[in-house]
Design a protein around this ligand. Structure first.
Ligand code: 13P
Length: 254
């Protein structure tokens, strides 16, 4: 990982958490001490119902709060949706766009994901754009092609290293306990970085590329210390402060 890229550990709580979960956030905040916050950025993305309360609790602390999805419009007749502006107003500073659970479960296309990422940039939120291949695509040797196409279609032209983070999340690794080898991750991240550089020039080298999919304390060191890996998007293990913080502690090891 290049020195210019500060690692980011982002927790995606998915559809988990009730108002009582603020106690878990408090444990994350308490454990994220000066030594850790000197080394890594920490972000918690709870369900939208908890963003305002979490942001209030995290005020003045080093832990940032994010959202898991947004609509691409700023306001209007979109029942049940939330705009990037609303999420920012509630205290979020980041939003995930194009998670595979939304691509697959809600039919989100690259074009829609791109519009959501544009909305995030418009609202001043960090956009975390997700890409990743299915098991069948990997087995067919199509990983780089699929992920490259998602990158091309989902990343807005106005993306900057400050405004956008990429997350490589192989669909088959999510929630399965399976992970690619560090070498496999490096191969994909290097391709993503080369594509970013081709499209955005040298400044793209400052863009952070996270790995996501079954990151846990037992495998975090191998995955997060791999070249080209600038942090992780963590699902299940981010729900428990002890596990999330023990992943962050990888960055204390030299
Ligand atoms: P798990 O860490 O539970 O595999 O989830 C990964 C993920 O989808 C994060 O966005």
């Amino acid at each position: 990982m290049a020195a210019a890229r500060r690692p980011l550990l982002a927790g995606n709580w998915k559809m988990n958490g009730l108002s009582t979960s603020i106690a878990e956030l408090a444990r994350i905040i308490e454990g994220f001490d000066a030594a850790l916050s000197a080394r890594v950025d920490l972000l918690v993305c709870p369900p939208a119902t908890l963003i305002a309360a979490f942001a209030e609790r995290a005020k003045g602390c080093k832990v940032a709060i994010g959202a898991q999805d947004c609509h691409f419009e700023a306001a209007g007749a979109f029942t049940g949706d939330l705009s990037a502006e609303m999420l920012r107003d509630a205290g979020a500073s980041a939003v995930i766009a194009g998670h595979s659970e939304r691509r697959a479960g809600h039919g989100e296309s690259d074009l829609l994901v791109r519009a959501k990422a544009e909305a995030a940039l418009r609202a001043g939120l960090l956009a975390i754009v997700c890409v990743g291949e299915t098991k069948a695509e990997r087995e067919a040797g199509r990983t780089l092609e699929v992920v490259g196409r998602q990158l091309a279609g989902s990343v807005p032209d106005q993306a900057t290293p400050q405004g956008l983070v990429l997350a490589y999340e192989p669909v088959w690794a999510i929630g399965s306990g399976l992970t690619p080898t560090p070498a496999d991750v490096i191969e994909v991240h290097a391709m993503l970085r080369a594509e970013l550089a081709r499209r955005f020039g040298e400044k793209a080298r400052a863009t952070r590329i996270l790995y996501g999919g079954s990151v846990a304390p037992r495998n975090a060191a191998g995955l997060l210390k791999a070249a080209e890996v600038d942090g992780a998007l963590v699902g299940g293990a981010s729900l428990k402060a002890s596990e999330f913080l023990s992943i962050a502690k990888v960055y204390l090891e030299t």
